[in-house]
Design a binder for this molecule. Structure first.
Ligand code: AMP
Length: 355
């Protein structure tokens, strides 16, 4: 029998960003008490809960003490040091499992795991540890590749496209000559993602296929259900969930090729920007789904009643809330960030589309 957390139990969330904020807001109606661990007392998540521990993510002692004060620990971004998660696990269960966190933190480990262990296709790749590797990778990967830092890359940061040997070698150096991975450049038809979940009991749920549009490497728009959802991507995503003995919400980003097949781009062991539409589509939101999964509750309903689009509000675009909030088909979600910078995710809106 797995432990089921009763209402009133304490859920600790490491991370104070908008994902932590939306997790906390989804946990409240289920009766849970949320504790946030963040270095920033004014972070988006800290603004909506009464229990906040201020500390650095690599302060193993402080994270350990935080974990000892709650019933379960989860996290809202994948760059918390695995050592901190291990320290937390001494006192409380940590979900998603630390192995998933560790796997997703390193693009090489991630690609190997998804391909070798889970048996799910990824873009052909090659490790790059010096500029000659970069040159070799270009040849092996058919003359055009994307070189990415193995760690800490997000929203297109820490990656360059190379189509010549000089670009590959210079590109590697421009990334700081840190350990990298080169991936074959994939001329995909579209980018899609699957948000899926597994609870402590092993029950599984997957939302319909989501189609994503990026601008300047940052997610701009997600629509669900996507056209032509064969269910194949969900089957692949659930294989990854199973391989990782996963608990919580997992996001799997794919490239879909012209022949309809899928290659995994990356996984995120957490709730994900491409799942924000779930808040207003008449299904269980990804945030509630994650809380249910880690609390051992039955999973909710992943099937939306309405076709919904999500559009991110970056930097000054957040001021559109004035007009957007007049539209009855639109729900505006703002993150409470006082410091607006170009490209910074300040909020998003969900719009119900005609069926
Ligand atoms: P990532 O940070 O890996 O999610 O990459 C950000 C974006 O860059 C992706 O959403 C794609 O639009 C593009 N991209 C990344 N890897 C590749 C690839 N191997 N081939 C083509 N485009 C890519």
């Amino acid at each position: 029998m797995t432990q089921i957390l009763s209402p009133g139990s304490k859920i600790g969330i490491v991370g104070g960003g908008q994902l932590g904020r939306m997790l906390a807001l989804a946990a409240a109606p289920l009766g849970f008490k949320i504790h946030i661990y963040t270095p920033d007392p004014n972070s988006p998540a800290a603004q909506v809960v009464s229990n906040v521990t201020i500390g650095e993510y690599d302060d193993i002692e402080a994270v350990g003490a935080f974990a000892a004060s709650v019933d379960v620990v989860t996290y809202e971004f994948e760059n918390i040091p695995a050592q901190s998660a291990i320290a937390a696990a001494v006192s409380a269960p940590v979900y998603p499992p630390i192995e998933a966190l560790d796997t997703a933190q390193d693009r090489l480990t991630e690609k190997n795991y998804i391909h070798e262990t889970a048996g799910v296709p990824v873009a052909p790749f090659h490790p790059v540890n010096n500029e000659f590797d970069a040159k070799r990778a270009l040849k092996i990967l058919d003359g055009k590749c994307v070189i990415k830092t193995r760690r800490m890359g997000y929203d297109g940061k820490g990656q360059v496209i190379a189509a010549t040997e000089a670009e590959a070698m210079e590109g590697y150096k421009s990334l700081g000559s840190v350990p990298c991975i080169a991936e074959k450049f994939i001329p995909f038809d579209r980018e899609v993602s699957v948000i899926c979940a597994r609870n402590t009991n092993g029950d599984l749920a997957a939302y319909p296929l989501i189609e994503n549009e990026h601008r300047n490497h940052i997610l701009y728009r997600s629509v669900c259900p996507a056209e032509n959802d064969s269910g194949q991507a969900q089957t692949l995503a659930l294989k990854i969930l199973d391989a990782l003995d996963y608990v919580g919400v997992l996001a799997v980003e794919f490239f879909q090729l012209a022949d309809g097949s899928f290659l995994v781009n990356e996984i995120a062991p957490r709730v994900h920007n491409s799942g924000h539409w779930t808040q207003d589509a008449g299904c269980t939101s990804q945030f509630e789904m994650h809380i249910r999964a880690i609390a051992g509750w039955p999973l909710g309903d992943p099937y939306p009643k309405y076709k919904t689009e999500m559009i991110n509000l970056l930097g000054g675009e957040a001021s559109q809330w004035v007009d957007l909030s007049k539209d009855p088909a639109v729900k505006v979600h703002l993150y409470g960030k006082s410091d607006s910078r170009p490209g910074r995710k300040m909020g998003h809106y969900n719009r119900i589309l005609p069926n």
